[in-house]
Design a protein around this ligand. Structure first.
Ligand code: MSP
Length: 572
């Protein structure tokens, strides 16, 4: 039955409460299928969202929430439970607890963990369904097509290919996932997706920052230029019992993707209290689920009378020694084992430093060891150790800066040295001073890896500065030498304070250790009020003369090189 009264959306204006500083923001990870334990790809999705959430918190940009959770309904889960000889609720409870544990261990700062089997979620989904129905966006029709259980979706011919098995039989499989598809014909509720082609295009054209990085934005625009058929959004209950029944039609089960997407509203208390937050939502998603988030979800929201989310951040996938991670290849990397092997911060640093959202990235043990040892243990930890060692800083205080040794100059290029600092020292100080803004810009553009690259470069430059002036050779008993020695140490600690502050969203434990050693109080760790070397600009430095923190231990222990560690999860 086709309802002709579908209400199409008005152009989307951002609500006043979501504009400007101090506004609320929901950050989200996808919710994870509860059919198998977490792997490092899942952790990466969560880490990206976590780093954005922490960075925003440190900027004091306004209240924010980070939601995550598990996607528990659907054929995939029903079949996994049957294969494991258990019931879907039992399987989901076990796997959901593993995701909760993995994310807690990895210091993901989530504020909401939702399970789609919870009553609060089921109520939200039923309300959302009723909104679609009341606004004329649904009709009942016979649907037939190729269904891929692994992807939980009907696939068009263009997304299919053939694979011949060992017996010589040809099977149709999904191009994207390689999983087999089955011809399915049933009576379903259909969503009038086709009616949203123009509104979706307009939404994207009016909001060029809605999908980042840019190539994914272009990809979605391209999809929207093609045919956009209506979407089947229910399954016969006889085929799929593990799901939310269609309100007022118990012969049908709501399609798992509609069910899952609504989680972003249920965490906000939809339909009662979501208005204070929605549509100020930023979703982090993997490239494989882009179509669901950038086409279906905005269309469903418009159809239900809500605005599309503000931004969608898309990332690519992790491979393992050049291969796709898969249970059958036995190369699935276990996040629990990685945290143990590399430490929580070490592995967080690796994934965020090496993960480039635009392209797939490769994981292998030697790469983690190399990057973590050189950048965290040697460059950052070594610098802290050298600049605070008792031999060089016997009073264990934050040393004083001398304007005579490092005078302010308007243009340091080509100027004769006035104090003891050289032209390259001025250049280096300028690059550290610009770091907080640069880092903020990269976080805004979902380029956390670039932020880390810049910080790593500055750490290297600070080591260069320290090495160049060899403070260990200066004689503390000579008053002129002491001034310069203290100035070198002051500049170095100021740099370390900036790095520690900016690294908090990525390596929270190590950054805390570093800042505590530098005697930076919790209320002095914000990013928005971050100053660097105020004494150079003639302003007071609150840290000067302060007693340093008591923990003189190694900041980050070097990781052993070893091929013995077993972190690939063999069959479970
Ligand atoms: N349940 C759906 C999402 C529903 S959101 C409303 C789902 N779950 S998933 O468990 O299969 O994937 C969750 C996330 O993990 C996705 O963002 C996906 O891209 C990501 N990853 C899965 N494998 C990955 C890699 N190998 N590498 C990086 N991320 C990967 O899809």
């Amino acid at each position: 039955m086709l309802r002709s009264s579908l209400r199409l959306p008005q152009p989307f204006r951002r609500a006043a409460s979501t504009a400007g500083p101090g506004r609320r923001l929901l950050l989200s990870t996808p919710i994870f299928y509860a059919n198998g334990p977490p792997h490092i790809g899942h952790l990466y999705s969560a880490l990206l969202a976590d780093a954005l959430h922490r960075h925003r918190g440190l900027r004091g940009a306004g209240p924010s929430r980070l939601s995550t959770g598990t996607d528990e309904h659907g054929l995939k889960i029903q079949q996994a439970a049957a294969a494991a000889g258990t019931s879907p609720p039992e399987l989901c409870a076990r796997i959901s607890a593993l995701f909760h544990q993995a994310f807690t261990q990895a210091a993901i700062s989530f504020t909401d963990f939702i399970r789609t089997s919870e009553p609060r979620h089921c109520q939200a989904v039923c309300h959302f369904w009723a909104a679609l129905q009341d606004r004329g966006a649904l009709y009942k029709g016979t649907y037939e097509g190729w269904y891929c259980t692994a992807e939980e979706g009907f696939l068009p011919e263009s997304q299919l290919t053939e694979r011949v098995d060992a017996q010589g039989c040809a099977h149709k499989v999904s191009v994207e996932s390689g999983h087999e598809v089955h011809w399915t014909k049933e009576e379903n509720y259909m969503f009038k997706l086709s009616a949203f082609q123009d509104p979706l295009q307009k939404w994207l054209r009016d909001n060029p920052r809605a999908i980042s990085p840019e190539p994914f934005y272009q990809r979605v625009l391209c999809w929207l230029g093609e045919d956009l058929p209506d979407l089947s959004i229910s399954r016969e209950r006889s085929r799929l019992q593990w799901g939310i029944p269609v309100p007022r039609d118990p012969t049908q089960t709501i399609y798992v993707w509609v069910d899952a997407l609504v989680n972003y509203l249920s965490v906000l208390g939809y339909p009662e209290s979501h208005g204070e937050w929605w549509p100020a939502a930023h979703h982090v998603v993997g490239k494989d689920i882009l179509r669901f988030h950038a086409v279906y979800w905005p269309a469903l929201l418009m159809a239900a009378g809500l605005s599309p989310p503000e931004r969608i951040f898309v990332h690519s996938h992790w491979t393992v020694r050049g291969q796709k991670m898969s249970k059958s290849l036995g190369n699935v990397i276990d996040p629990f084992a990685c945290n143990e092997r590399y430490t929580v911060d070490g592995f967080r640093y690796f994934l965020l430093r090496q993960g480039v959202p635009e392209r797939d990235c490769d994981y292998y043990d030697e790469k983690v060891v190399k990057i973590v040892n050189s950048e965290l243990a040697d460059a950052l930890g070594g610098l802290l150790n050298r600049s605070t060692a008792p031999g060089i800083n016997p009073s264990n205080t934050y040393p004083c800066f001398s304007e005579t040794c490092f005078p302010k100059v308007v243009d340091y290029r080509g100027t004769e040295a006035l104090g003891r600092a050289a032209a390259e020292d001025y250049e280096f100080v300028v690059s550290v001073a610009s770091l907080p803004l640069q880092v903020a810009g990269y976080f805004d553009h979902f380029q956390i890896y670039k932020a880390l690259e810049c910080i790593a470069l500055c750490v290297r430059q600070t080591n260069g500065f320290f090495q160049r002036h060899k403070p260990w050779k200066l004689d503390r008993k000579d008053p002129a030498e002491k001034l310069w020695l203290d100035t070198i140490l002051h500049v170095t600690l100021e740099c370390l304070r900036v790095y520690g502050t900016l690294l908090q969203p990525v390596i929270p434990h190590t950054a805390d250790k570093l800042l505590s050693r530098l005697a930076v109080e919790p209320e002095e760790r914000g990013i928005s009020g971050l100053t660097f070397l105020p004494r150079y600009n003639g302003k007071p430095c609150p840290f000067e003369g302060r007693q340093l923190g008591p923990d003189t231990g190694v900041l980050f222990h070097r990781l052993e090189k070893s091929s013995q560690h077993q972190i690939e999860r063999k069959r479970l």
